[in-house]
Structures are given as structure tokens and as C-alpha cells.
Write a protein that binds this ligand. Sequence first.
Ligand SMILES: Cc1ncc(COP(=O)(O)O)c(C=O)c1O
Length: 430
Amino acid sequence: MSISKFDTSEEFAYTLDSKDSLARFRNRFYTPKHGIYVDGNSLGLLSNDSENSVLRILGEWKTLGIRGWLEAKHPWFYLAEELGAKCARLVGAKPQEVVATGTTTVNIHSLVNTFYNPKVEKKTILADKLTFPTDIYALRSIVRLRGLDPDDDLVLISGTDGRFLEEEKIIDQVDNTTALAFLPSVLYRSGQLLNIKYLTEQAHAKGIPIGFDCSHSAGVVPHQLDKWDVDFAVWCSYKYLNGGPGSTAFLYVNEEHFDREPALAGWFGYVKDRQFDLAVEFDHAKSAGGWQISSPAILSSAPLQGSLDIILEAGIESIRQKSLRITAYLMYLVDELLSKKPYDFSVGTPREAERRGGHVAVEHKEAMRISEALRARGVICDFRPPNIIRIAPAPLYNTFHEVWQLVQHLKDIIQDREYERIGEQRKPIS
Ligand SMILES: Cc1ncc(COP(=O)(O)O)c(C=O)c1O
């Protein structure tokens, strides 16, 4: 796309769409007929391709029964590795370093426990307070299970004004007591993208392994996990990877660690071609597949066949370019049209492209009620306390014109004081 400056007119939004090289992917998704869906950072939309892969696998179950494990078009026995190899291309990893398995939180338990070897003096885990809470819950329980005290042995770095983390300050916290670091790639509230390359280099220079939760970057930001020499990573597949609610997650283990003993062993981590010898001694596959635990959730993995193909077809670099462009456009419109009285919105996401993930945090003191008012108008985004409306224009299915319309909705909601008619009670999911 060659347009370098924005303007606030509707015509300009259409011009941006006319120059969008990814526009052709939109009609492969089930976008709402009326309304705007900008919640792909929570749950990506269903595509025709995913629907077809699910229906194909259901059909195979219908006709093949147990034979599907080896005789399905993509044999279920190898599906986790096959999907891992596809996803590896999105994150700069070798095919055998990624596997589709489990759920993000279980994978955190599995990999952090594998890499966490606390010693008498060197026993703390370094993480941050701004990460998604499940990571903190998991880390606390991991520390506790080793007989240590999470209040002392889990070191949580606070961010700047609850929004951002400074990489240098994180590294300053690594000392002789630190055994491991585990951090998010993108902060789920502000959308800040951390410098994974720098953090990994510095952690290694100080002699500790480092892992990342890439749930908010996989599928929208390119990664170079091998080149950066990251030790391990996890990510979910229901956000920008469009795998559907509760779809199977992914994990990455750098090949230099394939010999490590998986902390949470299970029979699907066994050396593949000898798994059905059903030996009593555990011998794990020397690949990310060695960190599988149970029978793969084939029905929760099925949508990923279609959805990963679309992403690979579009190209992760092109996806990133559009994501940066469309989020920059959104921030521009908020600044130009919504930052003054009576609107009082502000942007709580870093402006620099290299520090931004796939969503924009639009802040307002009435964010909760405004996001409900948006939903009532058919604009689906989400609210994160205390004051954030998260807006994620997904490069594969959102348009610049939708972003323009969304901003008009925000204007109207404030002008008409529409949010005041919404109760203060927060819904269980918002
Ligand atoms: C960064 C991050 N990690 C983990 C999770 C949740 O993981 P799980 O797949 O275990 O529900 C989320 C959910 O939104 C998340 O944002």
C-alpha cells in the first residue's frame, strides 16, 4: 500500500480498502451481515476453509471410525505434528520444533516446569504483572509445587502506569537468584509488543533460559523464534489464528532442548513409531511432539487445517503490513475525531510500529458502558478493566471502512449519551 498519510473522510476509507491487497480474503470468512466484528484478538471468526476441514474430519469419523487415525486424508495420528509444521512457518521455527497440543495454560505448566530447575540460591522465576493472569496463576502454582514460596520466588515486574513494560528494566531484574524468565510477546491490555530478540539475548547473556506466551502475536506478527534463540514458547490458536473457541494450542521447543525430559509426560509424547509398543519406560520423541501429553483433540484441531492454510496463503508479512496500517489508521481517527471534549478518548497503545501488536487500546473512563453500547449497535469488541476498549481490526477480514464506521459509532454514543442508559453491572464475559 502506497498511501502514506490519512484523512478523516469516508471516501478515504474506501480508497484504503481499494488498495488493500488482502481484501480478497474477507469473503472467505463468516463476517456479520449487519455490524462490525473487531474482536479477533479474543476469538477469530470462522472461515469457509475451517468449516470445510471440520466437516471433512467429521465425515471421516462417520465413515472410518477408528481407522481415521491412519486412513483419514490427513491421518489423525500425525495431525498435531502436521499442524505444528504449518504453524512453525509463521513463527520462524523448524517444522519439528512446533506441535499443536493441549491448551495454553497446560502448555505453560508443561514447558515452564521443563525449564525451571530451581537451586538453593538460584530459584526465582521472573515474570510481569501486566501479563494475562492465567500465566501468573500457573507460575505461582509451579513455584508452590516445588515447595517454594510464590510471594518470594516469583518476581513480578510492574509496568509503567499499568500499561507498558520497559525491556531494560526487566533485564535489570535478572540477578544471581533468577532461574528462568517467562514473558508475554504482546501485553493483552495495552497491545505493547515486547522486543523478544533483545530480551532473549540479554537473558542468555545472564545465563538464564527464557520463554514467551505469544498468544497475542501468533498469526498477526511475524516471529523469528529460532533466529532469536528463544528457548520455548506457547500460544493459543483461537485469536488471530482463527481456530475456534477452545481450539488446540501450540508449543515451541528450540531443538537444542529436545533431549530435556518433558516435565508432564504422557503417552502421546512417546517416540512416534514405537508409541504403540506401550512400553513401561517413557522415551520421549526428540521433537516438540515429545511434549504432548494425551490423545490429540482432533475435533478441536480440525478448524486449524483450514485457518492456517489461509494465513500461509496470505503471508504473515502481508498480514503484519495491513495490521500496522489499519491500527495506525484507527489511532489517527481516534486522535483526530475523538480525543477532544466531549469525547475524551485516548490511545493507550504504543505508536511505534515495532512496539505494537495487533490491537489498539482505546481508553475512556466509561469504557465498560461504551463497549456495551457498541455491542448494542452490533459492533463487537471487548472491554478490559479499568478503562480499555480493545479494538482488533483483523487483517484478513476487517476493512478500513469498518474502522471508519466504528469511530462514527463512538462519536454518536458520546453525543447521544447512549452509554448512560446502560447499567453499571458488568457481564460475566465482556
Ligand atoms: C496471553 C494469554 N495467555 C493465555 C490465555 C488463555 O489460555 P487458555 O488457552 O489456557 O485458556 C489467554 C486468553 O486470552 C491469553 O490472552
